[in-house]
Design a protein around this ligand. Structure first.
Ligand SMILES: [Mg+2]
Length: 174
């Protein structure tokens, strides 16, 4: 499926939901692309998972902000690849640094930079421990198996809708 077709399908999926996230945050390695940056050279031309670009374009078209949260120990390679893939300008925040504290600090920085509440964010990552730590902050977090896909997008939006309606229920009850 080409990028345009994926984008079209992603837009259809987005159209099914009333409550959309304000910001979608992506991990890089094994979420947007199928490799670890530290195992590659800057001189190479990287490629994304097949659905990644179409999904990014669809979110952008819906005026949903995009950000990166990566614990890659090779941020220079990651940034070079984002540039080569012509994706650099798509993201309002790019937090790429290695850390022992999962991705808590990455999200604190994204929150400070954007001013958006954690509850308005949706996050995709391929590592359990990142998902666990970031969901505790209030971010709807989705574990991806083989990179971000249209199926993962649908799952993410379903979970986001569920958690935003339950938090508005909570507010109503107060
Ligand atoms: Mg990863």
């Amino acid at each position: 499926m080409g990028d345009e077709k994926v984008k079209e399908e992603a837009l259809q999926i987005l159209g099914l939901f009333q409550a959309l996230p304000r910001l979608v945050v992506f991990d890089l390695d094994y979420t947007l692309w199928p490799f670890y940056c530290e195992c590659r050279s800057k001189r190479e031309m990287p490629s994304l998972y097949p659905h990644a670009r179409g999904i990014l374009y669809a979110l952008k078209e819906k005026n949903i902000d995009l950000a990166i949260a990566s614990r890659s120990p090779a941020p220079d390679i990651a940034k070079t690849f984002l540039d080569k893939l012509e994706l650099k300008s798509m993201f309002v925040a790019q937090e790429i640094f290695s850390s022992w504290t999962h991705k808590t600090e990455h999200f604190q920085r994204i929150h400070r930079r954007t001013g958006l509440p954690y509850e308005s964010m949706l996050f995709f990552d391929d590592e359990d421990r990142n998902i666990e730590a970031v969901s505790k902050m209030g971010v709807t977090s989705i574990l991806v198996g083989d990179g971000v896909t249209l199926g993962a997008l649908r799952q993410g939006l379903t979970n986001f809708t569920g958690s935003s309606s339950s938090s508005s229920e909570k507010r109503k009850r107060k």
